[in-house]
Ligand binder design. Structure first.
Ligand code: ADP
Ligand code: NI
Length: 216
């Protein structure tokens, strides 16, 4: 089967799987990550097919939707096993998906390949800026978190368990993750895009607190 056909079928599979998601992991998130990953690849190089497949499938195995990570990865594995893709490439796609997620403010990222770095950057760019703000409030609402509570402290998670089990506010999530992402971009191209999105979030927070305190 041609690569183009594999990508087309994978697109349909992902659309169907993420249909109806309201936590910010819907098909249009995948679409934006896919587009951004292609854009980053133009400047950074790398293998296009690997990047496209990993970008399309990166949220299928998300820990938030499965009991454990292995269960989610199995779904991805079964999907790519339908196609005649060389084993090393399949393994690389799985490896990217395994390592793509943010696992806490104090938890180091482990992404070795250029293709993985590109997909991770594209995913993280979609978590910041105007779209990042929209997604984070959607996520907070879906998981029952308050918008803001001045009495709740920001938590700098030291491990993935702490991050996963945290029950914070959505405004705190900016300090626990979103404002840290600019410095965790892998590629130069992503760092540049992140800069403007970062400033936009800082402005948003400033307005938010001013309005909270009836200053504006
Ligand atoms: P990653 O793509 O790095 O795995 P997630 O899937 O955890 O990131 O996050 C996807 C989206 O959900 C992002 O916009 C992120 O900011 C938001 N999100 C994740 N956890 C929270 C949270 N506790 N509160 C608010 N938004 C969150
Ligand atoms: Ni994602």
């Amino acid at each position: 089967m041609e690569k183009r056909e594999v990508l087309k079928q994978t697109t349909e599979f992902v659309k169907e799987k993420l249909k109806g998601d309201s936590s910010g992991h819907d098909w249009w998130h995948i679409y934006r990550v896919w587009n951004m990953a292609k854009k980053l690849l133009e400047a950074e190089g790398g293998d296009l097919f690997t990047v496209e497949m990993a970008a399309l499938l990166h949220d299928i195995a998300d820990w938030k939707f499965y009991e454990n990570e292995e269960e989610g990865l199995e779904v991805v594995r079964q999907w790519i096993d339908r196609f005649n893709i060389v084993t090393a490439k399949k393994e690389q796609i799985i490896d990217i998906i395994k390592n793509v997620s943010y696992k806490g403010a104090e938890v180091k990222d482990t992404m070795d390949s250029l293709e993985g770095k590109i997909v991770q950057d594209a995913d993280r760019l979609d978590a910041i800026g105007a779209i990042g703000i929209a997604r984070t409030f959607a996520f907070g609402g879906k998981f029952g978190n308050p918008i803001h509570d001045p009495g709740v402290q920001v938590q700098m998670h030291h491990n993935f368990e702490e991050y996963k089990n945290a029950k914070g506010t959505t405004i705190n999530h900016f300090y626990e993750k979103l404002l840290l992402l600019k410095d965790r971009m892998n590629t130069e191209s992503a760092k540049q895009i992140a800069q403007e999105r970062h400033v936009y979030m800082e402005n948003f927070l400033k307005h938010f607190y001013d309005e909270w305190d009836s200053l504006k």
